[in-house]
Design a protein around this ligand. Structure first.
Ligand code: ZN
Length: 337
């Protein structure tokens, strides 16, 4: 399903300073964010590769292998990369892994990293099964939070997606046996901020991109962004919902860019710095521009899809999942601003 591309060993240098203008911007958004400069400096002590990485498609997450990426943020690398944000009084997990068995692995890891039994929050970046279907493996007192568009999408389309994934292999079928779309304890509209004790998590909904209900999580003290599939590292953006379009995805990225994260942890593939946002945006603008031009010339959509896929295979050599492009071109053809 995924084609690991040519690995580009480029390592981007991370921006480590927090300028006064940015500090004021962040302070205006968030009351009482402590010691931004000290936290940004501490991020430097967790060396992270910003090179693109092949997408990991093993649906079984590893236990006891979470890597620390900043003072408060840990990542279980796998399908998908799962974020764990540990504060002094609560822990937030971002995404569940595939089915309750993986969910239980993630919940145990969160408990181990917290070092004690404390309040556990769970949120999901979008409704697709590797991100949301492990909810049942978490302890029953876990507080589940997601945006209401995502919850509606999960309830409308979750069962179909579970069936689609379950039919792809015997392992997937066993991981997803008996799973139904989960409920949330807290639903939010655009934004919610969790005080985890010494660190905050901002859960943000900016609109449709990869799905209708994509959510991003920003940890201001560590300047870490967990963007789900909305920002990735040399992975072709995948427009999966009928109403998704590059135009809307670009509008989401323009809001994400205002967060100025120093560290971005996509759900699939390699990590990166703030530059990933502009890279993702440029690809989507290119896709939209080329597809709109071919549409204006009267080129049939299927032919345009094949043509743009061939062009982009050259132009974006080494990027993964470029085989999604014919479907993305259909989204541009169908989009009516
Ligand atoms: Zn997805």
């Amino acid at each position: 399903m995924m084609h690991p591309g040519n690995r580009n060993r480029r390592v981007l240098r991370r921006q480590r300073t927090v300028g006064p203008i940015r500090a004021i911007f962040v302070a205006a958004l968030l009351a009482a964010v402590p010691a931004l400069d000290a936290s940004a400096a501490s991020a430097a002590s967790y060396p992270i590769s910003f090179a693109p990485q092949p997408i990991n498609t093993n649906p079984v997450l590893p236990a006891n292998e979470a890597e620390q990426v900043s003072a408060h943020v840990y990542v279980i690398k796998g399908f998908p990369n799962v974020g764990i944000i540990v504060g002094q009084k609560a822990t937030l997990v971002v995404d569940t892994g595939m089915g309750p068995r993986n969910g239980a692995v993630v919940a145990r890891e969160a408990r181990r990293l917290a070092g004690r039994d404390q309040r556990l929050y769970l949120t999901t970046t979008h409704f697709h099964p590797e991100h949301a279907s492990g909810q049942g493996g978490f302890p029953s007192d876990t507080i589940v939070i997601r945006n209401q568009v995502q919850q509606a999408e999960l309830e409308a389309d979750g069962s179909r997606m579970l069936g689609f994934f379950a039919s792809s292999s015997a392992l997937m079928k066993s991981l997803l046996a008996g799973v139904t779309p989960g409920k949330a304890d807290i639903l939010f509209d655009r934004a919610v901020e969790l005080d985890l004790g010494g660190v905050h998590a901002r859960l943000l909904y900016f609109g449709a991109a990869h799905t209708r209900g994509d959510e991003v999580t920003f940890v201001p003290e560590d300047s870490v962004l967990l963007p789900g599939d909305v920002v990735q590292n040399e992975v072709s953006p995948n427009l999966t919902c009928a109403t998704c379009s590059p135009r809307q995805w670009i509008a989401v990225l323009d809001q994400v860019a205002q967060l100025h994260p120093q560290i971005i942890i996509p759900d699939h593939g390699g990590f990166g710095g703030e530059a990933l946002i502009a890279q993702e945006r440029a690809f989507l603008v290119d896709l939209q521009t080329r597809a709109s031009a071919l549409k204006a010339q009267g080129v049939p959509v299927a032919q345009a899809g094949r043509q743009i896929e061939a062009e982009f295979m050259q132009k974006y050599h080494g990027w993964q999942t470029l085989q999604n492009l014919p479907g993305s071109v259909q989204r541009v053809y169908a989009d009516h601003p």
